[in-house]
Write a protein that binds this ligand. Sequence first.
Ligand code: BES
Ligand code: MN
Ligand code: ZN
Length: 494
Amino acid sequence: MAPTFELVTRAPDADLFVVPVFSGARLGPGAQLVDDAIGGTLGEFMQETDFDGTRGEVLAVPTGGQLGARAALLLGVGDEETFDAAALRRAGAVLARRTSRVASVATTLLDAVGPDVDRGVAAQALAEGVCLGRYQFLRYKSEAKASRLEHVFVISRAGAKARAGLARGARIAEAVAWARDLVNEPAAAKSPAEVVDLAKVVARASGLKTKVFAGEQLERERMGGVLGVGKGSERPPRFLRLEYSPRSPRGTLALVGKGVVFDSGGLSLKTAGGMEAMKTDMSGAAAVIAAMSTLRDLGVKARVIGYVPLVENMPSGAAMRPGDVLTMRNGKTVEVLNTDAEGRLILADALSLASEEGADAIIDLATLTGAVTVALGDKVAGLMGSHDGWVAQVSEAAVRSGERVWHLPLPDDYRRNLDSDVADLRNVSSGGGAGTLTAGLFLKEFTGEAPWAHLDIAGTARSSSDDAETSKGGTGYGVRLLVDLASTFRKPSR
Ligand code: BES
Ligand code: MN
Ligand code: ZN
């Protein structure tokens, strides 16, 4: 269970009193109280222990029960001048990781951001950080050591704005945790049909309408990409459509998420190592479903439609073969030369439908190419798009949410590398490198007239280590960004 947050104006009784210290051992808000409680010896103590406020460091200080807590914890938060909402989110996560053995914490951390930072924004970041830093996937551990942290008292004079921010941050983090859980779940337990069932539970609880295509409906709907990729698996594909419709909506935003519940590569089989993490190949789908689950609670004014193709990419006697030609929903034909480039095939159908249904703007999230990891690593997603204004909106949402992106080009003249001898397109480029960009150019063929943006999250969806608010394993990347984007959505001008 997520911790509860309470905004208070003075130190309450709690197990630990946590105060920030900036680089150079500069005392943050509340630290003076700790110094007073130990008779003015805090400076010496920090010096003796080489604690200088470096980001991520902590120092426990016994307070003999003063300040309403058994002990105080100094939390190094780094440079004071650059301490913004993103830094506060990180600090909140470190706090949660370092206080997992106690049930309650009181902290002055919120006021460590400068007066120019909106208190609502800061409080949201703090709550997100604490909840995300506390996250662990323990479902299959027989001796689970869950965090005990349950109550977080946020000591500040900030008012209603901060209280609302804390609630908003906790709600968004809950959705991120849901996405992480689904991504971390072994593929055996999440067939396309099972993911649909889980999504329906969430949809019901959050006022989303659902529509699901299976079997013959997929054929009637001409979902050639979904059917082609899904053919090789014993567990048949699904297409999930989620809809959030507030009264008198401000435009329609389409969210598309790649949902490959396991990517073996198909007949173009991956190596053993290449397959290890491929249960996470539905991270885009998880992010879309999770983000949509928050929209009603957060009072989002835009209409938001989620398009989630779900398949398992497996080799079998029934699987699509290299050289096969698929006809996608928008009528374009694709020669499949590598069955491991399957994400773009299912996204083609989803993007076609989104554009057909008249979305004012589309964004897709997909663990699409290993190449994006080479370019940007595991902390920055590749952003591509067909409309500068829309790409800029996405970039701004990324900055605010602390989920980083970098804008990459879609060069027209690279499109010829996707020319096929027999069909309209081939699904892998015939050379020239830039695998991330040619994947983006492939998707663009299915977006029609709608402003469209694409996030390649192959690097960011999963992490090999815990780091502040990022968790080892599935990261839930994209949920925060999508929630921000939907909350601030403006129809891009055509
Ligand atoms: N799901 C993979 C991309 C991926 C790779 C995600 C590594 C996370 C980590 C995708 O379906 C894939 O296999 N892409 C191929 C494309 C290639 C065949 C053109 C790739 O990146 O190698
Ligand atoms: Mn693949
Ligand atoms: Zn894949």
